[in-house]
Design a protein around this ligand. Structure first.
Ligand code: 5GP
Length: 194
């Protein structure tokens, strides 16, 4: 998605540990119009999958998943990191290693919101080593539901997550695919589907 590549070039900055900071529109402040535009891109990519539900993890995935859900007209479920008093009932839960925090955390979804007949599209902001996506795949498997695809705003193709997921036959579609990022700049490309 050219508009996303342009936005990353003009507004993104690099942080230590191969972290791209895009807090002006995606991870802290939200560009609502642009978010809806990205949602429509996901709808164009996954509209043929018979998706019945979108799954993401709080909090950065939520606006993107919401935009995709609005475009695809399906409910959006987000896995929760915090067991607040309004999380009741039976849960599916899994452990996720956080790329940006460097620690593990548990995420849960209530069983009543994920069913064996669901066709689930996973949406997240970034794909790096694939741990967040793995966690969501585990929740979907626990529910006996089917994963129809994985949509991410940004895939860092120089990290292993996308290759690993595609090798298992999953359809993984990034809106922007970064092949290289360093002090000389950011380079974009296309995933190798072989
Ligand atoms: P993974 O689990 O694929 O290793 O990392 C994906 C998760 O880590 C995403 O949900 C995102 O929150 C965070 N993340 C990974 N890489 C980056 C990055 O370069 N920039 C930002 N802002 N978040 C990232």
């Amino acid at each position: 998605m050219k508009a996303l590549e342009d936005k990353i070039r003009t507004e993104g900055s690099l942080l230590p540990g191969a972290v791209l900071k895009v807090s002006s529109f995606l991870n802290h402040q939200i560009d609502a119009d642009f978010m809806m535009q990205m949602g429509r891109e996901f709808a164009a990519k996954f509209g043929d999958t018979g998706v019945s539900k979108i799954l993401t993890i709080e909090s950065s995935g939520i606006p993107l998943a919401f935009a995709a859900g609005a475009a695809l007209h399906v409910p959006v479920l987000f896995a929760k990191k915090h067991l607040s008093s309004n999380v009741t009932g039976m849960l599916y839960q899994t452990l996720v290693h956080s790329y940006t925090h460097g620690s593990d955390y548990t995420v849960v979804v209530e069983r009543e919101y994920l069913h064996p007949d669901d066709r689930v599209l996973i949406i997240d902001d970034f794909l790096a080593n694939g741990n967040a996506i793995e966690g969501m795949l585990d929740l979907i498997a626990q529910a006996g539901a089917e994963t129809v695809g994985v949509g991410v705003a940004v895939e860092k193709g120089f990290q292993e997550g996308g290759t690993m997921l595609r090798a298992r036959g999953l359809r993984v579609e990034p809106l922007a695919y970064i092949t290289k990022m360093d002090e000389d700049g950011i380079e974009f490309g296309q995933p190798d589907f072989e």
